[in-house]
Design a protein around this ligand. Structure first.
Ligand SMILES: Cc1cc2nc3c(=O)[nH]c(=O)nc-3n(C[C@H](O)[C@H](O)[C@H](O)COP(=O)(O)O)c2cc1C
Length: 186
C-alpha cells in the first residue's frame, strides 16, 4: 500500500482564518515527496453526531452515515493519520475528541474490521500552543490513543502559537517540519 496521509484539522477558528497549527502542518506536508497522496478534512466544518456509549446495552453500532462515514472511510484508506490539533485546555479541541470517541463505535460495527487495519497505520500529531510544557498532557494523551490501537507513534511536531501568523516566527518548528512526516525530523 503506497503512502496516503490523512490530515484532520481541528482548530475552531472562523472560516477563512488559517490557524497556526494548520499552517505548520501544511509546511510539513509540502516537504513530502512529490505525488504523495494527501487527504485533508476540517473536523470543525463537519457534522459530527455526539458519541453515545452503547457498549453495555446494545453492544454494537450501526455503520456510520454522512460525514462520519466520510471520516471512517478516510481513516481506513490512510496509511498515516495526522492530527492537526491546537492545544485547548491542555487537551484536544472538542471536534477531535468527538471523532476519537467514535473510534469506540467503529470497533463495534458488525462486520467492520477496524482494530486490525488501524494497527498497520502511523499516528502523528502537529500542534501549537502558548508554550511547549502546556502541550505535554495532550501529546501524551494522543500517544496513548495510538498505543491502545497498536498504531505506530510517529511523534509530535510542536510550534509556538498564538494569534494567526505566530508560528511563522518559530524557526525551530519550521526546521523540524521539514522531515517530520517522513520520519527524518531531529
Ligand atoms: C479554547 C482554547 C483553549 C486554549 N488552551 C490553551 C492551553 O491550555 N495552553 C496553551 O498553551 N494554549 C492554549 N490555547 C492557545 C492555543 O493553543 C494557541 O493559540 C494555538 O496556536 C491556536 O491554534 P490555531 O492557530 O491553529 O487555531 C487555547 C486556545 C483556545 C481557543
Amino acid at each position: 500500500m503506497s503512502a496516503h496521509y490523512l490530515f484532520l484539522t481541528t482548530s475552531t477558528r472562523e472560516p477563512g482564518h488559517l490557524g497556526n497549527t494548520e499552517w505548520l502542518a501544511r509546511e510539513a506536508a509540502a516537504a513530502l515527496p512529490e505525488g504523495t497522496r494527501q487527504t485533508w478534512h476540517a473536523l470543525a466544518r463537519m457534522a459530527l453526531p455526539p458519541f453515545v456509549d452503547q457498549r453495555h446495552t446494545t453492544g454494537t453500532y450501526a455503520p456510520p452515515e454522512g460525514d462520519m462515514k466520510t471520516l471512517l472511510d478516510a481513516t481506513l484508506a490512510a496509511t498515516d493519520i495526522v492530527f492537526v490539533s491546537p492545544v485547548y485546555w491542555y487537551s484536544i479541541p472538542s471536534p477531535l475528541k468527538t471523532y476519537l470517541d467514535h473510534w469506540s463505535a467503529w470497533m463495534r460495527v458488525p462486520g467492520l474490521a477496524f482494530k486490525e487495519p488501524m494497527a498497520a497505520k502511523t499516528l502523528r500529531l502537529v500542534t501549537t500552543s502558548g508554550d511547549r510544557a502546556k502541550a505535554q498532557p495532550m501529546i501524551d494523551s494522543v500517544q496513548l490513543c495510538a498505543q491502545f490501537l497498536h498504531m505506530r507513534w510517529g511523534g509530535a511536531l510542536w510550534g509556538k502559537g498564538g494569534p494567526p501568523g505566530s508560528v511563522q516566527n518559530d524557526t525551530q518548528a519550521l526546521q523540524a517540519a521539514q522531515g517530520f512526516l517522513s520520519g527524518t525530523a531531529a
